[in-house]
Write a protein that binds this ligand. Structure first.
Ligand SMILES: *Cc1c(COP(=O)(O)O)cnc(C)c1O
Length: 394
């Protein structure tokens, strides 16, 4: 079975984490590496990207509407709500699966205080253009680069073109650190407030806890263990292809939490391999694009100038459930996130493209451990399904 996600750390990274675990400077070193890479003045580490967003909004302290694409990770509007702001949604474009600057402008109002420029699936949006159309508005622009470490737009790394950016090191992202998130900004005033705010953060999870979690995640992607785990999961959990997911409205008391040293060390170790990692993802995406173009399914169309980091390769099919089950029966596990539209979670109607995406998007795997021939196998399997189907065009 080819797993939908696999952690990017090796067993060596994990054991090195134990050895280096006591080193004092790991977090500071990771911050300065990320700052140098992105050419930003301030980097802070927390337990996840959602927490980074929460901290930013708290530090900015101008509660109002936060505009974001409706086809999105539900934890984003949840964090916005926790911070005392009002999540507000823009419908996506069917091709790029992201909001266009035009659609964004149609949703602007004086109530908007923050706009999230989201690089969904690691596909960069045009932050420069978003800033340009917002020129006359007094809003903070935050790049949601949670899945987009290493992605570029017109040759520049994403994460430095807006007022601030957030990055995730969760296990499904470009570099997995098991947990952890970073917050990047050049804004000295915001950084000053953040420093104070983060002093109140809960202590991070212990190294042992994170080691055990990451080691079992690593073990679970072994091919035999994975098929058995998958089967168990299916029996217990049922895999739903489309849902209206209710948002959490109450913030956990320990939400604002630090980044575990063990995670920081895992990420630091893997930063040296970032260009290999992203290069592999781009290669796999290129194989998918070449082999599947002309087939009756919709391929992603990144905006011009975008070089994605592809945490998955999202394709749209008419019957998500049947395609998913066929691929799985033939040894390829796909991601069915996101199976919901955040607009629907917040009871808003009429954002049809986001709803359509929730019902049709499946992610082909792009983690760097997949070989070219495995990617070819994924394509052959998909084509076998597609030729047997009628009317799979959207
Ligand atoms: C994963 C993701 C997040 C959340 O990241 P966490 O570290 O899990 O909080 C936010 N936004 C986008 C676009 C994501 O893909």
């Amino acid at each position: 079975m080819i797993p939908r996600f696999a952690p990017t750390y090796t067993w060596t990274d994990l054991f090195q984490g134990i050895v280096n675990g006591r080193r004092q400077q790991v977090e500071a070193e990771l911050c300065s590496r990320l700052a140098a890479m992105h050419d930003v003045a301030h980097v802070f580490l927390v337990s996840s990207a959602r927490v980074a967003l929460y901290a930013l909004l708290k530090a900015y302290n101008r509660p109002g509407d936060v505009l974001m694409p409706a086809y999105n990770c539900i934890v984003v509007p949840e964090a916005v709500h926790f911070a005392g702001y009002n999540p507000s949604f823009v419908d996506i474009d069917r091709g790029s699966l992201n909001m266009t600057p035009d659609a964004l402008m149609k949703c602007m109002s004086p109530a908007v205080s923050v706009v999230l420029a989201t690089h969904l699936f690691g596909i960069p949006c045009d932050v420069g253009e978003i800033r340009r159309v917002l020129e006359r508005h007094n809003v903070l622009v935050i790049e949601d680069a949670a899945p987009a470490l290493g992605a570029e737009f017109r040759g520049r790394l994403v994460g430095k073109a807006a007022d601030a950016a957030i990055i995730s090191f969760q296990s499904t992202k470009v570099i997995s650190g098991e947990s952890g998130g970073a917050l990047l900004t050049n804004n000295d005033a915001l950084a000053g407030k953040l420093k104070g705010l983060l002093q109140a953060a809960t202590a991070p999870d212990s190294g042992l806890e994170v080691f055990l979690r990451s080691a079992s995640r690593k073990a679970a992607t072994d091919r035999w263990v994975y098929s058995i785990a998958q089967r168990g999961y299916r029996l217990l959990q049922q895999e739903r292809m489309y849902e209206v997911v209710p948002p959490h409205t109450r913030m956990p008391s320990d939400f604002l939490k630090g980044c575990p040293k063990f995670s920081a060390n895992l990420v630091l170790n893997q930063l040296e391999r970032l260009s290999w990692n992203v290069g592999r993802r781009r290669k796999l995406a290129a194989i998918y694009q070449e082999e599947l173009s002309g087939q009756p399914l919709r391929l992603p169309s990144p905006p011009e100038g975008a070089s994605p980091a592809w945490i998955q390769y999202p394709v749209q099919v008419k019957d998500k459930g049947s395609f998913y089950r066929y691929m799985q029966k033939n040894g390829v596990d796909l991601t069915w996130t996101y199976r919901y539209s955040c607009a629907e979670s917040y009871a808003l109607e009429g954002l049809e493209n986001s709803r359509e995406a929730a019902k049709t998007v499946l992610g082909l795997p792009t983690h760097p451990s997949i070989t070219d021939s495995q990617a070819q196998l994924v394509c052959r399997t998909a084509k076998r399904y597609l030729t047997g189907q009628r009317g799979t065009y959207l």
